[in-house]
Design a binder for this molecule. Structure first.
Ligand code: GLN
Length: 451
């Protein structure tokens, strides 16, 4: 049924870069056969899922939304892919995304933008717009995203779905193509809080193949999602997540959510986190710096595209021609910015300062979590914007992640869930819940209470 739904809608939505029809049907048949033999089934047996095209999949192309990996078929599964298979999930295919997860609208994909199912002329957010759109278009009940600065939560907010950025190190990055390694984190996307929790539990856990993976038990997210409550909880509202640039309808729905939390027995605490105002600037030094290092591996020798290899050119020329043709504008912009920020003479002024700001942000969170159990905010300052509206203005595009970026810099956990439609445009608004590292279960407890 889901394959049929994809067939009927995806020409318009463009959520998928690759639909693995045969693989999905074979996996579904294998689950049926297991069931018939009376064998024990995985926790998500037979449930279809849309996988962001940033995780390696044996035998299935992995492009990361880039031309430079066109035609590359990975020889190994990401740990996350392996865990999905072990849970008997049916992987429907790979979803569209901003190239190398750099973007907030999925318009930076080399394979064309994805439409927001609420209004196809608008963006579904990014970088994981394909996964979010697949959920909103009922093409899949579960999806996987990755969140470096908001790429799970922001698309969830813009499509009226649920997305969770787990604690950094909570879900393995092995086999997840790297953008900014100290920020990147895979996580679950779904249409309900409980569905997200069930998926979270399957993909999380320690992995010796990822040196930043946390060696501790997975927080009890499913139990929390089944027992939603905020009674007696202290909920923080941060002064810095408000003001100029926030759409009236977004603020209205957010205020209603805060009133609901109060009604359900939470105590609301106002918080001041002054360093959050610097988060965007720090992020756009740290993320490009790490990207300029990570993307050096795309040298035309190892994977995917190779341009100009006609026997007359040097290896350096082939590398340069391949990068020229294979990387899009935003990726080039960030490689150049990052290389500059890391160059000797500028390192301390840019990268070094950004790292100091990162420490200040972490401390602001630590202080905040001495006073509250969770923090809430709007996920994004505005609802879904029109395709093309911000493509010529990178700074306007970057603002979409104003509320999500601090969490990545500090490494703690956060969720976005729908909290109604903005009265002025009828589009979904997202409520963000932020919890300390390894307290991901609090997101689900609160999320399930206000859902
Ligand atoms: N929009 C942000 C960026 O462009 C975040 C992307 C992400 O989380 N992958 O970097």
């Amino acid at each position: 049924a889901h394959l049929a739904r994809i067939g009927a809608t995806d020409e318009k939505v463009n959520a998928f870069l690759h639909v693995d029809r045969e693989g999905a049907l074979a996996q579904a048949a294998a689950v049926d056969a297991k069931r018939e033999r009376g064998e024990e089934l995985g926790p998500l047996a037979g449930v279809p899922l849309a996988l962001k095209d940033i995780f390696t999949t044996v035998g299935i192309p992995t492009t990361v939304g880039s031309k430079i990996l066109e035609g590359w078929i990975p020889p190994y599964d990401a740990t996350l892919t392996r865990k999905l298979k072990e849970a008997d999930v049916v992987i429907l295919g790979k979803t569209n995304m901003d190239e190398f997860a750099m973007g907030s609208s999925t318009e930076n994909s080399a394979y064309g933008p994805t439409g927001n199912p609420w209004d196809l002329a608008r963006v579904p957010g990014g970088s994981g717009g394909g996964s979010a759109a697949a959920l909103a278009a009922f093409q899949a009940p579960l999806a996987i995203g990755t969140d470096t600065g908001g790429s799970i939560r922001q698309p969830a907010a813009l499509t009226g779905t649920v997305g969770v950025k787990p604690t950094y190190g909570g879900v393995s990055r092995y086999g997840m193509v790297a953008f900014s390694s100290s920020l990147d984190q895979g996580g679950p996307c779904a249409r309900t809080v409980l569905d997200a929790a069930l998926l979270h539990e399957v993909i999380a856990g320690h992995d010796p193949m990822d040196s930043t993976s946390i060696d501790a038990p997975v927080p009890p997210v499913v139990e929390a999602a089944r027992n939603g409550s905020v009674a007696g909880m202290r909920v923080g509202v941060v002064k810095q997540f408000a003001g100029e640039g926030y759409q009236a309808g977004v603020v209205q729905r957010f205020n209603e959510s805060v009133a609901l939390l109060k009604e359900l027995g939470a105590e609301i605490v106002e918080l001041d986190c002054p360093s959050f105002d610097l988060a965007m600037a720090a992020y756009y030094l740290i993320a490009p710096s790490e990207c300029s290092s990570n993307l050096a591996r795309f040298d035309a020798m190892r994977y995917g595209l190779r341009v100009g290899d006609d026997g007359t050119k040097s290896a350096e020329d082939v590398t340069a021609l391949t990068r020229e043709a294979g990387f899009g504008d935003e990726v080039k912009r960030r490689i150049i910015l990052g290389t500059y920020a890391l160059s000797s003479g500028y390192y301390d002024a840019y990268y070094g300062s950004a790292q100091k700001v990162r420490t200040l942000i972490t401390r602001d969170f630590e202080k905040a979590f001495e006073q509250v159990d969770v923090i809430v905010s709007p996920t994004t300052p505005t609802t879904a914007f029109a395709i093309g509206e911000r493509t010529d203005d990178p700074l306007a595009m970057y603002l979409a992640d104003l509320c999500t970026i601090p969490t990545n810099l500090a490494g703690n956990s956060a969720m976005s869930l729908p909290c109604g439609l903005a009265p002025e445009d009828g589009l979904p608004v997202g409520l963000q819940i932020i919890a300390p590292a390894m307290k991901d279960d609090r997101l689900y407890k609160v999320g399930a209470a206000v859902e």
